[in-house]
Design a protein around this ligand. Sequence first.
Ligand code: HEM
Length: 462
Amino acid sequence: MFQSKLASFLRRNKTLGLYSQIRDSSSRFSNESSFISSRLFSKSSTSFYTWRSTLYAYRSLNKGFPSRSSRNISTTATISSSSKEGSKMLITAGSHAQKLVGIWIFGSAAWVFSMVVLGGITRLTRSGLSMTDWKFTGSLPPLSEEQWLVEFDKYKQSPEYKRVNKGMTIEDFKFIYWMEYAHRMWGRGLGIMFALPFSYFLRKGYITVRLGVRLSALFALGAGQGLIGWWMVKSGLEEPESEYVQPRVSPYRLSAHLTSAFAIYCGLLWTGLSVVMPEPPAGSMAWVRGAAKLQRLVLPISVLVGITAVSGAFVAGNDAGHAFNTFPKMGDTWIPDDIFSMKPLIRNFFENTPTVQLDHRILASATLLSMGGLWWASRKLDLHPAIRSLIGSTMGMAALQVTLGISTLLSYVPVSLGSAHQAGALTLLTLMILLNHTIRRPSSTLLKSLGSVVRTPAASGS
Ligand code: HEM
């Protein structure tokens, strides 16, 4: 499904469309055999080019003769599966299994995305501290008025009730309770929806050992995420050191919770992409070289985007969006006076409101500038059109994210803009993952096959 979505996305590109598909010959398909076929359509105002490159890897076969394609240019490369780097296939049972596993992994990634957004809304509506205990397996919500009163009484003992919500009605309490309950149960639902198909696919033998290990690690991270969540909430249920401080969860724990969610999401997305696209789109050696040059820029920018997102988690964790609600200046100055008022110095970067917000502004600006630089540098490179489109989309998303961030700040962090900004960060990460995945180095077998690509005169368009 994802593949066809990507294909139609690529086809939308006016000058060139890419259609890449991976097939297998059902029962003959095994760990060591794969069939990868990719077609590239190129259209200019005066000519129509098509490349088709097909890779076969069969257990014992080495029929190294190119077969003709019906298109103008045709190359077929045959590779031996015994080659060390061989096929990058992560699925062992053919295209149907590949499709099912792909849908499952992308579905799980989408679920994590929704979890993050729901978690953000829970935090922004100040609902996160309404449930004062936690069980790994979860429990039923209060079902009678008496049970609601019991839960409400427990909440009344919490510092948040005493200092922020004193006098709250039970109806208001029910709202914040349901928000937190939904967030927790949605997480447990994800655990089940991940584990059941996983065991089914394992039993069916669809999954390679490499993929199985990767998915198990992601599952363990997911289970750990629940524990980190409770560890975070617990910090908000403790009495703050000073009576003037509002109770809130530790910014370190909130960042750990958010960063771990981002890591799970990116891990699932990368794995899903690797399942449906074992090889990056690579129509010619020139494009592969262009992608390699781009990689040197994209990798550090991806790290920068990641650090900016984590710094955003500290802005949220310190409620730093409720101070200095001006842009580009912070109040009347560019740099507030007290940015290094805490000791030791390092604490300022994680706990001092002006410093945390200033960091986020600087990092976000650096992200946008470097994204602009990437787009500029990519203009001179010979790149696959899919990669070019991705760079444009990523650049656009970075600009939108900065706009959302500024709007969130200027309007004192309303729930709508706050969660849109959070979803924007995830969308930007999605595009970065997609870009990194698309420009990765093809396997040595694919590279060798590209070396044997021959252009026929008809295909040259002259
Ligand atoms: C590439 C650019 C940016 C990225 C990737 C990014 C990412 C993030 C992330 C991940 C969060 C945490 C969201 C949450 O947990 O609710 C956040 C929060 C925040 N960001 Fe950004 N951000 C960017 C740009 C900006 C800019 C330019 C500003 C404004 C100057 C800004 C202002 C804020 C504010 C005020 C919050 C706290 C919102 C809250 O309390 O929920 N961001 N950002």
